[in-house]
Design a protein around this ligand. Structure first.
Ligand SMILES: [Fe+2]
Length: 261
């Protein structure tokens, strides 16, 4: 093969991304001009391109790490908001975290993928963030019926929550789960009275996790129910207040938990 053909072949290889040191064989004194000058120039270009590619790869990996940090910090900030909200109500201490975790476990039991499970866990963690503007009065034990203005605010808390979170892109579908966590399969939920098929699965799962936690923890107006008592309530309202498959997944998860390890 002549030097010019060899040079062309090497240039073609470089242009298709195959960098090798073959070009150096054409830079010695035995190579005729102008092939040698071209080969030297090509060699230099190749080194520069390789260095730039390496620099770009490093930048991309730094960006990925930074992006992950921003995401983790934002989740922390939003969780802090959720915890600050929970701190106003001593009876619901840990509620948001438990609902997030349980919702994630129900989703896992239903065979959902890791990415979907994480959105559902986040939705569970943030489901009541819209209560942040509630007056303190609502967080204290009270007997009297809530005045209509307060009832309107209670009904709006899923919408307010979704509005608070709407610009946090990384929450993805979790924002809709927050908006729909009080909807019911029988269409009697709020705020939109959605029909069964229109309620996102994540919201149905969070609804089950939220109610289960409320039933099984001590509240000013109720004693904590046993797991069996709670399951009985779920089963008798499955398909109406709660989604049947989500209730079934909760039952399976709790059974799995009660098995000796
Ligand atoms: Fe709620």
């Amino acid at each position: 093969m002549g030097e010019i053909d060899k040079l062309l072949e090497i240039i073609q290889n470089i242009s298709s991304g195959q960098y090798s040191n073959d070009i150096m064989f054409l830079t010695g004194p035995e190579t005729a001009e102008p092939i040698r000058t071209i080969a030297e120039a090509m060699g230099l270009m190749m080194v520069k391109v390789e260095a730039r590619e390496y620099h770009l790869e490093t930048l991309i990996s730094e960006l990925k790490t930074l992006n992950e940090k921003v995401r983790a910090n934002t989740i922390k900030t939003v969780s802090t908001m959720a915890n600050a909200l929970a701190a106003r109500d001593p009876y619901t201490q840990g509620h948001t975290e438990r609902v997030g975790n349980l919702a994630g476990q129900i989703a896992r039991t239903m065979g959902l993928e890791a990415g979907d499970i994480e959105y559902i866990r986040l939705g569970g963690l943030l489901h009541d963030i819209g209560k942040i503007g509630f007056p303190d009065y609502l967080f204290m034990p009270h007997e009297a019926k809530n005045p209509p203005e307060i009832v309107r605010r209670i009904i709006k808390h899923p919408t307010v929550g979704a509005e608070i979170l709407q610009d946090l892109d990384f929450l993805g579908p979790a924002i809709e789960y927050v908006r729909s966590h009080h909807e019911r399969p029988d269409g009697k939920g709020y705020p939109r009275r959605l029909k069964d098929a229109d309620i996102p699965l994540g919201a149905k799962i969070i609804a089950v996790a939220d109610s289960y936690d409320a039933m099984t923890t001590e509240r000013p107006y109720q004693k904590a129910k046993s797991i069996d008592a709670a399951l009985e309530i779920f089963q008798s309202h499955a398909g109406k207040q709660w989604d049947t498959e989500c209730v079934e997944a909760l039952r399976r998860y709790l059974a799995e938990q009660s098995q000796p390890a």
